[in-house]
Design a protein around this ligand. Structure first.
Ligand SMILES: Cc1cc2nc3c(=O)[nH]c(=O)nc-3n(C[C@H](O)[C@H](O)[C@H](O)COP(=O)(O)OP(=O)(O)OC[C@H]3O[C@@H](n4cnc5c(N)ncnc54)[C@H](O)[C@@H]3O)c2cc1C
Length: 412
């Protein structure tokens, strides 16, 4: 049998691509290497799936670290409003939360997977599971078919949507990069992005589970500031994670080979150093007989206090009335710039998103067709784009899947 389109990878992008290509009338085969489709999609947003963002098109472009402009075309054709109505008409209403993040109202990523699976199957997509693609066959720069471990399928159009190279137990283990490279595509270096950061201080383990809201995190290296974000972060058994850390992590990973990096935490970003100082003076004056940790509890989570005092060199037994101006100044300095040495990033396997991938210079942005091999299209994280947290990565996967399907069908 000759297929109009073969989609490799049943993730966010591949499911959307397969469904759309079949909806447009194509005979579509979806090859998925795992035992079922949408495994990564089902764990997104901690099982809630932050499927997109409520921002406008420029916001989407800005929220990509690399090649956001390349996505302009795909986003102009199929973006958040189209995606929201896509799911709403398939019985999955959505809600918008802080940071304009959009989730299914049911809070269940599985509902998104189910809607996409039904979209594909109701339009006649033939899905073959346990079927890892090994090679895309071509002759004289034109797609001819797909070779799996067991079979050879004929087609003139392949949409390669194998995802990135993290959380490999979900099926995304980077297979597509090798297939694309074999066809002559340039693969930009694969690096973890949206990845937790390790801190070079084993005592940080004591803070595991502590969430800090409304703090400012900056990463600095010898040459200056790498990046800065305001919002929420989390301590883990090895270091730090949470939205603002993940957002900064891609740039940290890129800067790591150049030298030592430190994380600077401003625990009181709404106050100037002078205002923090005044606040400390007042607290210590009003409570001269209380121990410093008890007083600081008005300003900080309890588990953080020993760290701050140790860094400031202030003994915890000291009382409010005993503190000297220079000691108070040291506390103020730590509150406004607690310096934590960075050890490194967690491995690619633990990254929410893979940076790098198929070079956008070799893909037509309007159709997502390869400039090297006719009939080869790309969808999703395999492309060299990586977005910040907030629903941007999934929207990119859905948009590119949709547009690649239209490109493939219109040509066939
Ligand atoms: C824990 C976690 C949470 C996340 N949360 C969010 C979130 O809330 N919002 C957001 O925007 N983004 C989130 N992301 C990122 C988002 O999941 C990805 O960017 C997105 O899934 C990429 O879609 P994709 O279709 O390109 O790849 P994937 O969804 O990874 O799908 C790729 C598919 O291809 C299959 N495959 C691979 N190789 C082969 C092969 N050789 N043959 C056949 N099939 C193959 C895989 O099995 C898989 O099914 C999260 C990621 C992780 C890991």
């Amino acid at each position: 049998m000759h297929w109009d389109v073969i989609v490799i990878g049943g993730g966010a992008s591949g499911l959307m691509a397969a469904g759309r290509a079949a909806e447009l009338g194509g005979r579509v085969l979806l090859l998925e290497k795992m035992g079922h489709v949408g495994i990564k999609l089902a764990i997104t947003g901690q099982g809630r799936c932050n499927l997109t963002n409520g921002g406008d098109l420029p916001t989407f472009i800005e929220n990509f670290r690399h090649n956001g402009k390349f996505l302009y075309n795909a986003f102009s054709r199929f973006c958040n409003q189209e995606l929201i109505s896509f799911f709403q008409t398939r019985g999955v209403p959505v809600v918008e939360e802080r940071g304009r993040r959009i989730f299914p109202a049911s809070n269940r990523a599985q509902d998104i997977v189910r809607a996409l699976r039904e979209y594909a199957s109701s339009n006649g997509v033939k899905t073959v599971i346990h079927s890892p693609a090994r090679e895309i066959l071509q002759r004289q720069g034109v797609v001819k078919g797909v070779q799996t471990a067991k079979d050879c399928f004929k087609t003139a159009n392949v949409i390669l949507a194998t995802g990135g190279a993290s959380y490999s137990q979900t099926g995304s283990s980077g297979d597509g990069y090798a297939m694309a490279a074999k066809l002559g595509h340039t693969i930009q270096p694969i690096l973890p992005a949206l990845v937790p950061i390790e801190i070079d201080d084993p005592s940080i383990r004591d803070l595991q589970g502590l969430t800090l809201k409304n703090v400012r995190a900056s990463f600095v290296s010898g040459e200056g500031k790498i990046g800065e974000e305001f919002g929420e972060m989390l301590f883990t058994h090895f270091g730090v994670s949470g939205p603002i850390i993940l957002t900064l992590s891609g740039d940290v990973v890129e800067a790591l080979p150049a030298g030592k990096i430190a994380l600077l935490l401003d625990l009181k970003p709404a106050l100037s150093p002078e205002q923090v100082e005044k606040r400390l003076i007042r607290e210590f004056r009003e409570q001269p007989r209380k121990q410093i940790p008890t007083i600081l509890f008005n300003l900080l989570p309890k588990s953080l206090i020993p760290f701050i005092l140790q860094k400031a060199g202030v003994p915890p037994e000291m009382k409010g009335g005993e503190i000297r101006a220079e000691e108070r100044k040291e506390i103020q300095k730590v509150l406004k710039g607690w310096r934590l040495p960075v050890k490194g990033a967690r491995p690619l396997e633990e990254a929410i998103v893979t940076a790098g991938g198929v070079s956008v210079k070799e893909i037509y942005p309007a159709t997502l067709e390869s400039k090297i091999v006719k009939g080869l299209y790309f969808g999703g994280e395999i492309i060299d784009v990586d977005g910040k947290t907030g629903g941007f990565n999934l929207q990119a996967a859905f948009s590119t899947g949709w547009v690649a399907a239209e490109g493939a069908i219109k040509k066939s």
